[in-house]
Design a binder for this molecule. Structure first.
Ligand SMILES: O=C(O)CCC(=O)C(=O)O
Ligand SMILES: [Fe+2]
Length: 294
């Protein structure tokens, strides 16, 4: 059972402001998470309705559907079902929510691009990181109330940025939590139209920014989210970690170990690996065919 977390209010960054880059740098340096307003995602409340409807409509044989308990970043069962689509996985043609999701995907892409543009002055390594063959993936989640509390195991994200739209209300019943100053903090987003943005491991490898450890806790209510993973180009090189980088922050999302201190430092070393190959391996590692078969 996860211990109750303290609350933390995310900084709000206005993407339309010339100060957006500075605000994002400060938030990612300190916490690794920000919330952004004046983003490109149209009608967030309507989009969340589409996410909820999708889980009512979708059939378990549909392309992209992830059945309950099919994945976990630890040895624990994660109480969620999901649905994935993106650059390498098309939306099923007959899906009622397809127009809303296609529009949202383009909006999240533009928002991610705007964030990268805002960061480029301070993070020169991002110039050209994601221009030719950028890849992205959208994942919709329906977290189920559970007596084990766990919707998503503690982890860091592997890519460049992760954008999240959810129906969180900063309550104890279901929430995204971030590890900060040696404690879990329940994330509070001050503006209900804002998106949450996490810095991913790739960003932490090419900058002084922090890829935050986070998890999803679900207790007494259902929780819905749309999570947009923005990755660097498929062929981008995974850089060697800087000597001063604290690799204990890079959580290893694998197999039978729930120890928060465990890291995946070896994943990044001597890499000479393309980001695409690297992330494909990460996805293979979190699949849980054995749990599904039970
Ligand atoms: O559903 C969420 O709010 C976040 C899930 C998450 O952290 C992830 O899928 O990487
Ligand atoms: Fe995540």
């Amino acid at each position: 059972m996860a211990a109750a977390a303290e609350e933390i209010t995310l900084p709000v960054v206005d993407l339309a402001s010339p100060e957006a880059g500075k605000g994002l740098m400060a938030a990612f340096r300190d916490l690794g998470v920000a919330s952004v307003v004046n983003h490109e995602v149209d009608d967030p409340a309507g989009l969340l309705r589409a996410v909820r409807n999708l889980f009512l409509d979708i059939s378990s044989s549909s392309q992209g559907y992830i059945p309950p308990f099919a994945e976990s970043g630890s040895s624990l069962v994660e109480a969620k079902e999901g649905f994935a689509f993106g650059d390498i996985m098309d939306l099923p043609p007959d899906l009622t929510e397809r127009p809303a999701l296609e529009r949202a995907y383009a909006d999240f892409y533009r928002t991610s691009r705007a964030i990268v543009d805002a960061l480029e002055t301070d993070v020169p390594a991002l110039r050209g990181c994601c221009d030719t063959n950028a890849t992205a993936l959208a994942r919709l989640f329906h977290y189920l109330p559970s007596n084990r509390d766990l919707g998503s195991s503690p982890h860091t994200d592997w890519g460049l940025l992760t954008l999240v739209l959810s129906d969180d209300a900063a309550d104890r019943d279901a929430a995204l939590e971030v590890w900060h100053d040696s404690k879990w903090r329940r994330v509070r987003v001050p503006d209900p139209t804002a998106l949450v943005v996490n810095a991913g491991d790739y960003l932490a490898l090419v900058s002084p920014l922090r890829s935050p450890r986070h998890r999803v806790v679900v207790r007494r209510r259902h929780r819905y989210s749309l999570v947009f993973f923005y990755y660097p180009d498929y062929n981008a090189t995974v850089p060697e970690p800087r000597p001063d980088l604290d690799l204990s922050l890079f959580d290893c999302q694998v197999v039978a170990d729930d120890d928060l201190g465990r890291t995946c430092a070896a994943d990044y070393q001597g890499a000479d690996l393309t980001f695409g190959d690297y992330v494909a391996r990460k996805w293979r590692e979190v699949a849980r065919p054995a749990l599904l078969a039970r």
